[in-house]
Design a protein around this ligand. Structure first.
Ligand SMILES: [Ca+2]
Length: 201
């Protein structure tokens, strides 16, 4: 009996310890699919209406002719320009970081952030969109702590990632990491035409 009781106690401990021992997984949200952008300079209300941010990326494709693919292209309000990652392969693990620098806050102590709007892929035209990879799944982190994973649609329409409100404070960063892609027909370059933080309203 003692052996049985001991075994039961060990089992109970294992059951209790299981979830704690395993790495905590961020919750998963699926983006809400909207309409096609109504013009090339599509720029709906975003957190940018209130304070703005600084955007950087872990890599980008070098310029080709007059086309530029740096991080500025991901929130320039133009559908026909895109940030394109610059690593060999599909850019799994590449990141885009939004920094909310203290100077942007002015008199504000904090501001609410509630997700992103995204125009996925290189949406210059349908051919370019198909030839380059699109983002399928991302990890969204807040000050380097996982906030959630988001699944994006393989579409040229606008899509929205809605998150539980996070209160951003001066110096905070939000990072988006590519976890999976929809491969392009021709290139292994993953592109995002627009991805801008939502909030403040
Ligand atoms: Ca753009």
């Amino acid at each position: 009996m003692k052996t049985l009781a001991f075994a039961a106690a060990i089992l109970a401990l294992l059951v209790v310890a299981g979830p704690v021992g395993a790495a905590a997984r961020a919750p998963v949200v699926t983006a809400k699919l909207g309409k096609p952008p109504d013009s090339n300079d599509y720029a709906p209300c975003s957190l940018g209406c209130a304070i703005g941010w600084e955007t950087t990326a872990s890599s980008h494709l070098p310029p080709q002719g007059r086309n530029r693919y740096d991080a500025k292209r991901i929130d320039d309000g133009l559908v026909n320009t895109a940030w394109v990652e610059g690593r060999p392969g599909h850019g799994i693990g590449e990141t885009v970081t939004y920094t909310f620098t203290p100077a942007l806050f002015g008199e504000r102590e904090k501001i609410n952030f509630s997700g992103f709007y995204v125009i996925n892929g290189y949406c210059k035209n349908p051919k370019t969109w198909r030839e380059n990879s699109r983002v399928k799944r991302v990890l969204i982190s807040y000050n380097n702590q996982p906030l959630c994973e988001a699944i994006l649609h393989d579409s040229m329409n606008v899509q929205f990632i809605h998150l539980k409100t996070v209160w951003l404070r001066p110096g905070d960063i939000v990072t988006v990491t590519i976890l999976a892609v929809y491969p392009g027909d021709k290139y292994q370059d993953t592109a995002i035409s627009e991805m801008a933080p939502l909030g403040a309203h």
